[in-house]
Ligand binder design. Sequence first.
Ligand code: ZN
Length: 244
Amino acid sequence: MQIDNERFARQIMIKEIGEKGQEKLASARVFVAGAGGLGSPILTYLAAAGVGHLTILDGDTVSISNLNRQFLHFYKDIGREKTVSAAEKLTAFYPQLDIKPCTEYLTKDNAAELIDGHDLVVVALDNMESRYVLNDACHEKNIVMIEGAATGFSGTLTKIIPGKTPCYRCIYPERAEKPTPAKGVVGAIPGVIGSLEALEAVKHIVGMPSALIGKILYFNGRDMSFNTLELPNIGCDFCKKYRV
Ligand SMILES: [Zn+2]
């Protein structure tokens, strides 16, 4: 892909990125699981950064209650597939972008195949069940996963490297509970967390170190605090076989 140096001038002038980093971004293949509240800032900032290839996975259609946070979808998009709506906005924003919309739900049968061939997976899901599925698939395919979640006034962020860091199941052991009903969220919270996920993704692609290896960031929007906590370095029954 021919890189538009003028478009990315403010980024190329940063020494950690430069022209080499911009080339890495242009050739990167990123899988974004979810085109909602987290997906909107993630997809927008990845496209803005010049990530060349994005796969957008979401099986859902736009509903009116999404619009307090899912800014890639407009009022006119209610009822349309989120992947199609998001791809339309992103194409208008960055015409060179190669987008693959994938209107499907993640299952343990399709996840590994769907993420295969990507350099990075970024989580923008709204439930834990799909995160377990994605965690397992990322371990099977040895793909790094940027995990973020947002609810109410707070959110979390971590980077999961198969075989090296605690996995999603280490952090949140699976419980035999029914899925919880939809929780409230202030729109700017997934905005904050999704933007941070996009930042971690860009840093990963250009080869910068992460401060979230074996750590989890908690953002509390009520008192505006960011805290980074060390995760216990345990291997759960699932991920211990991947430990290196
Ligand atoms: Zn684990």
